[in-house]
Design a protein. Structure first.
Length: 200
């Protein structure tokens, strides 16, 4: 391998602890580097796993999705956060491969680490209508109030009619933060004073 190739350059930067150089190398990764990144995601070193996930966000195809899903359970919070954010990136051009797994991303709304919880909420918001069923499940079937609050906040950001249909019943939710996000989301969409009618 030539050292100007992106994956060897990435590994060198990781070993040197040079995040800026690692990011430059990561942005040059191509689909040809995916097998190496999938192997790197199994490393015992959390920095290498983090950069593997970062790299898969850049160049990963459908085969990267199972590796990212496995990384949602990584013992390192940074890797978990990076993995869920990578799913949001892949969703932009591989929505059919990512959408069936958004409930797994929604699990991280209740993660023990605040950075991971926020990354999960941001990811689900970015996945827009595809994430609404997973968010609705958290809100109507879940009991973790922090996760329910973050799910409502994500729906507010999605701000579509599909999200609004979930927000309406939350106006009377027992959780005051859920109620607040529902109110704010519907108000911002101009729907608070209207009745949601999809069919005559």
């Amino acid at each position: 391998m030539l050292m100007n190739e992106p994956l060897p350059a990435l590994l060198d930067a990781i070993d040197a602890g040079d995040d800026e150089q690692a990011e430059r190398a990561a942005l040059r990764l191509t689909v040809a580097d995916e097998p190496g990144l999938l192997a790197l995601a199994q490393s015992d070193d959390s920095d290498r796993r983090w950069w593997a996930v970062r790299g898969l966000a850049v160049c990963g195809g459908p085969q990267a999705v199972p590796a990212l899903l496995a990384s949602l359970d990584d013992k390192n919070a940074g890797v978990r956060a990076a993995a869920v954010m990578a799913l949001a990136v892949l969703h932009r051009h591989l929505s059919a491969a990512v959408e069936p797994h958004l409930r797994e991303a929604a699990r991280l709304l209740a993660d023990e680490d605040g950075m991971v919880r926020q990354a999960a909420a941001d990811t689900l918001a970015q996945c827009a209508d595809d994430a609404v069923p997973a968010l609705a499940e958290v809100l109507f079937q879940g009991t973790h109030q922090g996760a329910r609050t973050r799910a409502a906040a994500a729906l507010r950001k999605i701000a579509t009619m599909k999200a609004a249909a979930v927000l309406y019943p939350l106006l009377n939710d027992a959780n005051h933060m859920v109620r607040a996000y529902a109110y704010e989301g519907l108000d911002e969409m101009g729907l608070l004073e209207n009745i949601l009618v999809t069919l005559q």
